[in-house]
Design a protein around this ligand. Structure first.
Ligand SMILES: Nc1ncnc2c1ncn2[C@@H]1O[C@H](COP(=O)(O)OP(=O)(O)O)[C@@H](O)[C@H]1O
Ligand SMILES: [Mg+2]
Length: 285
């Protein structure tokens, strides 16, 4: 943990100037990206949410997949802290689009995304939409236990309405999932089509937060292709799996593309109240 903190501090120092420039540029804009689309009237937004198919995940299935935040309590507490800090930073900047990524695969992006999503959903005054954009290894449907044959790729290509590929869990949380892996998704993740999809989701569902479960940064250019669409990012590093060099390189790469909110150290297995799922968080901004 100490060595990771040192690496984070070094990476932070190295890219402070870049980040300061990006934050200044973001705050200088007339409005954040996500506010450029006029939201629909609130009754229409409520109707759009009401029209989404509902799904109730099984508690045991979620627990098997290490999703522990559906209810509050000791196990969800660290994710609730992550949620609150993330929300505070995002609100302060007027940001709503949060990317979750990591240096390599298997660090826990999807697991953290789901825990963050259910923690956000316990705040009843905000709406959250989660998009599975790890198109080579989409996992969110499987983590939810969702059988629906939703394909977010159809919504990206514009051949289906966004709402037709989405599922609602509870009142204020929706997932756009996909099942069929795509072998070369970079062209789907960059450019106008994905931007248009995000604008449509924002206009129809008026989410306060959109979370993107992205591919890893150091394996392909998929995440980098998408990141200009995000306002900010969290990096998930896996202790005993992500090397310091990978964390450092990933953070530098992320900082070139977006605002890095922090690094979540997953699978750290440190002793203490939360050792069940080993979790730590370091702010980089
Ligand atoms: N804190 C943790 N401790 C132990 N296993 C974990 C932890 N977080 C995630 N996992 C497991 O690691 C595997 C990869 O996690 P996943 O979230 O799918 O990673 P990614 O989305 O980054 O590829 C899954 O089997 C998941 O259950
Ligand atoms: Mg994943």
């Amino acid at each position: 943990m100490d060595r990771l903190q040192t690496a984070i501090a070094e990476a932070r120092a190295a890219r402070d100037a870049i980040l300061a420039g990006r934050v200044a540029a973001a705050t200088d804009q007339e409005a954040p990206i996500s506010r450029k689309v006029a939201p629909a009237a609130s009754r229409t937004v409520e109707e759009a949410w009401a029209a989404l198919p509902r799904f109730e995940p099984e508690a045991e299935h979620l627990a098997d997949k290490r999703v522990v935040t559906r209810q509050g309590g000791a196990r969800s507490a660290p994710f609730d802290v992550l949620r609150t800090r993330t929300l505070q930073q995002m609100k302060a900047q007027g940001w709503s689009r949060l990317a979750v990524t990591s240096p390599g695969p298997g660090c826990g992006k999807s697991t953290v995304t789901m825990n963050l999503a259910f923690s956000l959903a316990r705040q009843t005054d905000i709406r959250t939409v989660v998009l599975d954009l790890d198109l080579r290894r989409p996992m969110l449907a499987s983590i939810l236990g969702l059988q629906a044959r939703h394909e977010i790729t159809a919504a990206i290509r514009g051949t289906a309405e966004p709402g037709a590929q989405m599922t609602r869990v509870g009142e204020n949380l929706a997932f756009a999932t996909t099942r069929t892996p795509v072998h070369d998704p970079a062209e789907l993740l960059q450019g106008r089509r994905i931007g248009k999809l995000l604008e449509r989701i924002e206009a129809q569902f008026a989410p306060d937060v959109i979370v993107f479960d992205l591919p890893p940064v150091m394996v392909s250019d998929d995440a980098i292709a998408f990141l200009p669409n995000a306002d900010c990012a969290l990096m998930i590093a896996a202790a005993e799996q992500s090397t310091l060099g990978q964390v450092d390189a990933c953070e530098k790469e992320l900082a070139q593309q977006t605002n890095v909110l922090g690094v979540v150290l997953n699978k750290c297995g440190h002793p203490g109240d939360y050792h069940h799922y080993g979790y730590g968080y370091a702010e980089t901004a």
